[in-house]
Every structure is written in C-alpha cells, then in structure tokens.
Design a protein around this ligand. Structure first.
Ligand SMILES: NC(=O)c1ccc[n+]([C@@H]2O[C@H](COP(=O)([O-])OP(=O)(O)OC[C@H]3O[C@@H](n4cnc5c(N)ncnc54)[C@H](O)[C@@H]3O)[C@@H](O)[C@H]2O)c1
Ligand SMILES: O=C(O)C[C@H](O)C(=O)O
Length: 347
C-alpha cells in the first residue's frame, strides 16, 4: 500500500513536465537538497499540503510552521518513510528557525471564507498575517521562492511585494500567487462537459483569483472540442469563477476548499522545485508581476526556471467572449491590487 501511494504520487508529479531523461536525475537519490516551509501548516490546507510535500521526492527538508499545533502534525507526517526530514515549529519565536535555509515558502496561513463572504472580506485579518510572515521571510530567507495561497490573493501578493521592497529583498521572479486551483477546476469541469479524458486536458486560466477576475480561456483548451456551444462555454466559465463559492456553500460554515487546494498547492510547489532544479519547460499559470496588460500583477502562463519566473507568457488569441471578460475584470483586479499596496504602505 505504502509503495503504491508513494509511487502513484511520485508518478503523477513527475508526469507533469519532467522529461523522461530527467526522471532518474531527480529521483530521491540524486535530487538536490531543497527545504520547503509551510506557514499555516496546522490548518485545513496546511495539513494535507504537508502530507503531499512529504511525499514529494524533491523535498529534503520540510518545515511546518503555525501559531500552534505543528508539533503534532510534524510528528504524524514525519513517520512517513519518504526522503524529507520533517520539523514542526510553533509560535512566532520559532518562525525564524522554520524559515532559515528555505528554498520555497508556501503560505496558506489565515482565515477562510464562510457562506455569504467574498474573498475581500478576509482582507482585514489576512493582510496583517501575510505582512508579518513576509517581513520574517525577508529577514530569514530573502532568496526563497514564495507561493502565496492566503486570500484575497489579488491583494496579498501586492502586499508581499511591498513588504519585500521595503526590506530591499524584492525579486519579482520569486513571488507567486497560487491560482492553480482555478486551473484544476477548469480542467475538471471542461473534461466532464467535453467528455474527454481529464488527464489529457489543459486549460489556461488568467487574470486573478476572485469571481470575475478568474478568466478561464476555454478557447485554448486542449484537446479542443467542437461540441461545446456558446452557452456551454459561458456555464463552464461561471462554474470555474464560482468554484470556491461552490465549496464554501457545500461546507456550510466549516471553511473553504482545503483538499483540492492542497493538491493544487502541491502541484504548483512541485513545479517551482523542478524549475529551481533546472528541469526545462515547466509552465504553470500563476499571479505574478506582469506587463502583459496594464495591470502590475496578472495571472497567466509562466515559464519556471532556476531563478523562479523565467518568462511571463502572453495571453495568446482570445475569443470575443474572453476579450470582453478580460476588459470586465480589469477594474476589480486593479482595485484589489491597489488596496494591497496601500495597506502595505500605510502599515
Ligand atoms: N489561493 C487559493 O486558491 C486558495 C484556496 C483555498 C483557500 N485559500 C485561502 O487559504 C487560507 C487558509 O485556508 P484554510 O482553509 O487552510 O484555513 P484554516 O483556518 O483551516 O487554516 C489556517 C491556518 O493558518 C494559521 N495561522 C493564522 N495566523 C497565522 C500566522 N500569523 N502564522 C502562521 N499561521 C497562522 C491558523 O492557525 C490555521 O492553522 C485562507 O485565506 C483561504 O481563503 C486560498
Ligand atoms: O473560495 C475561497 O474562499 C477559497 C479559495 O479561494 C477557492 O478558490 O476555493
């Protein structure tokens, strides 16, 4: 059972982007040492994400940090017989130790939505949490790649950029808003509707990570489907945009997506690690500093490499419906970005 689970996860992770010649190079025996820290590791996302990162053979050290509860999570996950050495850190006084030497820091710390809330309603609590965690990152591991999961991502990423700028450590190539869950959802919903194998599907999702700022580009979905009507595409777009709310409502007050988010976070962190390790042609969608539109941050396909972002890829050809969606999302995304920047400057 153990080897089946580990091999399945290893296979799934390697299948995504690593050429077969790289498989041996990045097996657990010869992969470079890589430390990954998860901040918020005792939470709904943090715990399953800790499990998935412990199963990733590219991770040599896994630091699990939260305000409380991490010694138990670390003891539990640490008994799994895979490569990563696990350590739990609880409380602010242990944050520095958790971060020191990290190559990748994943941040799912903060409060999740309840039914009736928008992601922006989380701003007042999560902005301060993200600001203090990023201040510590700037101090203890200024060169780390940062994967921001905490909502509202459209504002928390700009907050992080301002904190790093103020500390003199900002490297735009190393700051990522994790929008992989939007891609995961778009792939699942498209495969179901187009009746194609979900394992073969690709759908870029651009813009941001909230409501209409999430813009799936089904006109670029592969394999292409001629069977989908305009109404089908509109319904798929709306379901992808409302995917988070669908989960929040189904959980009825017990939080938002955790398991699918942990999966998405593990896929994105794995892509970052592969990029750092020099695996070629690693492309994922992410919310990054960007000049492909007039907005300073934007989610699009990004090529990952040894320094983080190697190239921010363009939008490609858009349908008229997508062009309209792009124009509609800009005012909301701009306001969320500016709100984050203002918060960081004023606090
Ligand atoms: N980017 C995405 O696609 C996406 C998807 C799902 C959820 N989220 C967001 O992720 C965040 C976490 O969601 P969750 O369901 O895991 O919530 P949760 O409440 O289950 O867990 C959050 C954890 O963060 C910890 N925490 C709070 N303040 C902290 C601090 N200062 N330092 C370290 N840890 C701290 C809490 O103790 C808790 O363990 C939310 O903001 C949610 O909206 C983002
Ligand atoms: O919807 C949420 O509040 C959580 C997350 O952003 C999601 O997309 O599931």
């Amino acid at each position: 059972m153990r080897s089946f689970v580990v091999r399945s996860v290893e296979f799934a992770l390697r299948r995504r982007g690593a050429a077969s010649s790289n498989r041996r190079l990045f097996s657990s025996d010869s992969a470079p040492e890589r430390k990954v820290a998860i901040l918020g590791a005792a939470g709904g996302i943090g715990q399953p994400l800790a499990l998935l990162m412990k199963l990733n053979p590219l991770v040599s050290d896994l630091a699990l940090y939260d305000i409380a509860g991490t010694p138990g999570v670390a003891a539990d996950v640490g008994h799994i017989n895979t490569r990563a050495q696990v350590a739990g850190y609880a409380g602010e006084e242990q944050l520095g130790k958790a971060l020191e030497g990290s190559d990748v820091v994943i941040i799912p710390a903060g409060v999740p939505r309840k039914p009736g809330m928008t992601r922006d309603d989380l701003f007042n609590i999560n902005a301060g949490i993200v600001k203090s965690l990023c201040t510590a990152i700037a101090k203890y591991c200024p060169s780390a790649v940062v994967n921001m999961i905490s909502n509202p991502v459209n504002s928390t990423v700009p907050i992080a950029s301002e904190v790093f700028k103020r500390a003199g450590t900002y490297d735009e190539k190393k700051l990522f808003g994790v929008t992989t869950l939007d891609v995961v959802r778009a792939k699942t919903f498209y495969a179901g509707k187009a009746k194609v194998s979900v394992a073969d599907v690709n759908v870029p999702v651009v813009g941001g990570h909230a409501g209409i700022t999430i813009l799936p580009l089904f006109s670029q979905a592969t394999p292409a489907s001629n069977d989908l009507s305009t109404e089908d595409i509109k319904a798929l777009t709306k379901r992808t945009q409302d995917g988070g709310t669908e989960v929040v409502e189904a959980k009825a007050g017990k939080g938002s997506a955790t398991l699918s988010m942990a999966y998405a976070g593990a896929i994105f962190a794995d892509a970052c690690l592969k990029g750092l390790n020099g695996v070629p042609d690693i492309v994922e969608c992410s919310f990054v500093q960007s000049s492909i539109t007039e907005l300073p941050f934007f989610a699009s396909k990004v090529r990952l490499g040894k320094n983080g972002v190697e190239e921010v890829l363009g939008l490609g050809p858009l349908s008229d419906y997508e062009k309209e969606g792009l124009e509609n999302l800009k005012p909301e995304l701009k306001a969320s970005i500016e709100k984050g920047i203002r918060f960081a400057k004023d606090n």
